[in-house]
Design a protein around this ligand. Structure first.
Ligand SMILES: C[S@@+](CC[C@H](N)C(=O)[O-])C[C@H]1O[C@@H](n2cnc3c(N)ncnc32)[C@H](O)[C@@H]1O
Length: 251
């Protein structure tokens, strides 16, 4: 990050360790991800803070940062970003909801992650409204062509043919154990999740960065969507997997 010039990135996606206090192991121990913090929360935040400050420096005027955390530290991440970007620069707290793993008998299953989205300059930031799915049309009126509409004071209100606008709660399946996308790297995120973030906050040709790139999910999704991309990871193993993945996915 230190080697990159100011304001060079349109979108930075950050998926750091989550402060789980565990070592995550996959593929019968072939891959592991250390998320232990002997110094506790203070040491975790001391790790995160300077990196987020640097990411802000790298964002273009239209740029957006998306910090991916879960219940372990998302509340601290939000406070940190309020400090670094300014409270008014908050755009979204996206809930990524999924169904995976076991069921808790002691509390409701913790089945979501939190994506905190902040703009470098509010109101200059890039945002492409996305539409997906279908509207509920039960109890609606239908016109001569069979199109559903609602009667309002000013006349007929038709639904947007492209479907409802995507909101801040996203139901996207976690990678299944047999998914073809799976690289075996712990904490690998689905490309569908990254594709949505990239489409919303960047355009083709923009630079998308991921400085905790792991298996390279962001980079692979960015490339498919014709963005420029840049990534790094502290783990040589992760970089090797990401390289391999990108080599296998020629555009
Ligand atoms: C949650 S994983 C990212 C997973 C990735 N999004 C994917 O889909 O594969 C977090 C990553 O942060 C990396 N990491 C931890 N400390 C780091 C540091 N100081 N600098 C860069 N990467 C680091 C880990 O090696 C790990 O690959």
């Amino acid at each position: 990050m230190a080697g990159l010039p100011d304001a060079c990135c349109q979108l930075i996606y950050a998926d750091p360790p989550f402060f789980t206090g565990r070592t995550h192991v996959r593929d019968n121990g072939r891959h592991s991800l250390d998320d232990n913090w002997p110094g506790g929360l203070d040491s975790y935040l001391a790790f995160l803070r300077p990196r987020l400050v640097e990411m802000r420096r790298l964002l273009a005027e239209t740029g957006v940062l998306c910090l991916h955390l879960d219940w372990h530290a998302s509340h601290y991440g939000r406070v940190l970003l309020d400090e670094i970007f300014g409270y008014d620069h908050f755009l979204n707290e996206i809930i990524w909801s999924y169904r995976t793993g076991g069921v808790s008998r002691r509390w409701f299953g913790r089945k979501h992650d939190t994506l905190l989205v902040y703009a470098r300059c509010v109101d200059r930031h890039k945002f492409n409204l996305l539409r997906e799915g279908t509207f509920r049309t039960d109890g609606m009126n239908y016109d001569e062509q069979g199109r559903p509409y609602k009667n309002t004071k000013t006349g007929r209100l038709y639904f947007n043919a492209a479907g409802p606008a995507v909101t801040d709660v996203w139901e996207i399946p976690f990678l299944s154990t047999v998914s073809l996308e799976r690289t075996g790297y712990p904490a690998q995120k689905p490309e569908a999740l990254l594709a949505r973030i990239i489409q919303a906050f960047s355009d083709p040709g923009d630079l998308v960065a991921d400085f905790f790139c792991g298996s390279g999910t962001t980079l692979a999704a960015a490339r498919k969507l014709e963005r420029r991309w840049i990534g790094c990871d502290a783990s040589a193993k992760a970089v090797e997997i990401a390289r391999q993945r990108l080599a296998n996915h020629k555009p």
